[in-house]
Design a protein around this ligand. Structure first.
Ligand SMILES: Cc1cc2nc3c(=O)[nH]c(=O)nc-3n(C[C@H](O)[C@H](O)[C@H](O)COP(=O)(O)OP(=O)(O)OC[C@H]3O[C@@H](n4cnc5c(N)ncnc54)[C@H](O)[C@@H]3O)c2cc1C
Length: 165
């Protein structure tokens, strides 16, 4: 199914949700037919998929692929899955605002506190994405530079010999 011109991504209303070829542009390593498809879901659907067994998920994804590529070999060689919402450290993959939170909550989270400036995908216009995280990081860095230019540099006072322990 994979060839040099492979450019594949697709939104489905099936189990696979959003699918894309994560090995696009990579060398074939001897196989012209194998690659890695990545699929992710969000919200309630992610919870629904997390509750299903791996074999059931494999069967449902293969059904979706068979519908997309009739007559082709769409057997999944292996399937790896991870439910980020169940990870005790991240508790999710990215910020997920409830209706009505986008303006008030996001703005409050992005407001500097004294000389602390905040950045992160949760504050970005491109919320949820790397590019958004980088944009807010650059904005925060610029805000730090402006703040430093406004305030005299703090200098460490050299300790006198008697105050040293
Ligand atoms: C499975 C998955 C797939 C993704 N796929 C894509 C994709 O294809 N394209 C895309 O654009 N984005 C994707 N994203 C989203 C992207 O990874 C995030 O939007 C981006 O990494 C967020 O960057 P960030 O700097 O805001 O936060 P993070 O990258 O989460 O950085 C926060 C950092 O703070 C650290 N930290 C947390 N608490 C503390 C603390 N108390 N003290 C010190 N450090 C702390 C963390 O360890 C972490 O290193 C994906 C995310 C996931 C989970």
């Amino acid at each position: 199914m994979k060839d040099k011109k492979t450019k594949f991504s697709c939104f489905t209303d099936g189990v696979s949700d959003f699918i894309f070829d994560a090995t696009l542009g990579q060398p074939f390593n001897g196989s012209k037919s194998e690659g890695i498809l990545c699929s992710h879901a969000i919200g309630d659907k992610a919870d629904d998929l997390a509750a299903r067994g791996t074999e059931e998920l494999r069967r449902l994804i293969e059904q979706d692929l068979a519908a997309l590529f009739p007559g082709k070999n769409t057997r999944a060689i292996a399937i790896e899955r991870y439910a980020w919402q169940g990870d005790k450290y991240t508790q999710g993959a990215y910020g997920f605002y409830r209706p009505g939170q986008w303006f008030p909550v996001r703005e409050a989270l992005g407001t500097p506190l004294h000389d602390v400036f905040f950045a992160g995908e949760h504050l970005a216009d491109e919320q949820g994405f790397m590019d958004g995280a980088i944009d807010t990081g650059e904005d925060a860095a610029r805000a730090v530079i402006r703040a430093r230019a406004r305030t005299p540099a703090r200098r460490h006072k050299p300790r006198s010999a008697s105050s040293q322990h």
